[in-house]
Design a protein around this ligand. Structure first.
Ligand SMILES: Cc1cc2nc3c(=O)[nH]c(=O)nc-3n(C[C@H](O)[C@H](O)[C@H](O)COP(=O)(O)OP(=O)(O)OC[C@H]3O[C@@H](n4cnc5c(N)ncnc54)[C@H](O)[C@@H]3O)c2cc1C
Length: 303
């Protein structure tokens, strides 16, 4: 299509990635990114504690998709078309050197999310992609095979495009997705995910700061569980196992109004047999040892 006009709505990681791919494949296209706020890539900036965890160097797509609580099957299909390895290649070919940590997390060599932002902005500049800030899209309509993007309520001030890519990220409130619903999309109600849990248990709260390295967290009578490190805080629990559970069980927790019974297996995924075996080994071979120093099952010492 000659002089194809493509609008990308949302200047986050997805928007930049989409805009760059379109422009690289269709150099003649006129590609514009519309961002509602006064700066682009602001979430990317704070991602990964300011370092931006680009992807995971997992060896198989199976392993990678299992890390996602919902949509594992859909993701598997997507990863077959563009995998974690493709993502790493994509950035490295565009001038962003990456490093793989021992835990397989992939970060920019600079250990600074700004390098990822610079990479996106540099490529956009080279490719002549237009970035429009303070441009909130409020409506989208079809008219004579063209898309009309509306910038104000009432669709005043609209612009015509041949294709529109919507990359507006999540919305904490369903109202934020109303304009997409009007296009006929089905919207699942958004619920919080990736949060710590508040537990009103005075004895537990007194242990704040204690980290147990390998627990299994389970919602009682449900099939929802997670594993990993758990941090006891002054308000409840946090750390990877808690964040993971809040993500796997996001909808369940919301339905229960965040009141449910939680089981913590402080010795991780070990079964009775393994636990008995280790305790027997301690009683037979380490009788003189003080338990607090021996720390069976890697349990922390609480002072
Ligand atoms: C604290 C934190 C740490 C994270 N760490 C990591 C990490 O290390 N690695 C990782 O992969 N992910 C991480 N994530 C998740 C990651 O940041 C997001 O998945 C990612 O930023 C989503 O990108 P996006 O482009 O889909 O959406 P967003 O980054 O949310 O971008 C959407 C953009 O669209 C704009 N927009 C919305 N509505 C409109 C509209 N109507 N018109 C115009 N513009 C609009 C928004 O202002 C925004 O700029 C982290 C998230 C958080 C909060």
């Amino acid at each position: 299509m000659v002089n194809m006009r493509v609008a990308v709505v949302g200047g986050g990681a997805a928007g930049f990635f989409a805009a760059i791919n379109v422009k690289e494949k269709f150099p003649e296209a006129n590609v514009v990114i519309f961002e509602k706020s006064s700066s682009v890539l602001s979430k990317l900036k704070i991602s990964g504690g300011g370092r931006c965890n680009i992807t995971n160097a997992a060896k198989s797509i199976n392993e990678l998709s299992k890390a996602y609580p919902r949509g594992e099957k859909t993701l598997k299909k997507m990863f077959q078309r563009f995998s974690n390895v493709d993502a790493m290649d994509w950035f490295q070919k565009r001038g962003l050197p990456l490093t793989i940590q021992q835990d397989n997390c992939v970060f920019p060599v600079s250990q600074n999310s700004q390098s990822v932002i610079d990479c996106f902005l540099n490529v956009c500049e080279k490719l002549n992609i237009t970035i429009k800030l303070n441009s909130r899209i409020r409506s989208l309509q079809m008219k004579n095979d063209k898309f009309l993007l509306g910038f104000q309520d009432g669709n005043l001030n609209s612009q015509e495009f041949d294709f529109v890519i919507i990359t507006t990220g999540g919305s904490p409130k369903p109202e934020g997705l109303e304009w997409l619903k009007k296009l006929g999309h089905e919207i699942s109600p958004p619920v919080p995910s990736l949060f710590s849990l508040s537990i009103k248990d005075k004895p537990l709260n007194k242990l704040m700061g204690v980290v147990v390295e390998d627990v299994v967290l389970k919602i009682q009578s449900e099939k929802l569980s997670s594993n990993g490190a758990l941090l006891i805080t002054h308000w409840g629990i946090s750390g990877p196992a808690t964040l993971k559970l809040s993500s796997f069980a996001a909808r369940f927790m919301n339905e229960k109004n965040y009141a449910f019974k939680l089981q913590v297996n402080w010795v991780g995924g070990r079964n009775d047999e393994l636990i008995t075996q280790e305790l027997r080994d301690i009683s037979q071979n380490h009788q003189a040892k003080i338990m607090a120093n021996y720390r069976p099952f890697n349990l922390p010492t609480v002072l």
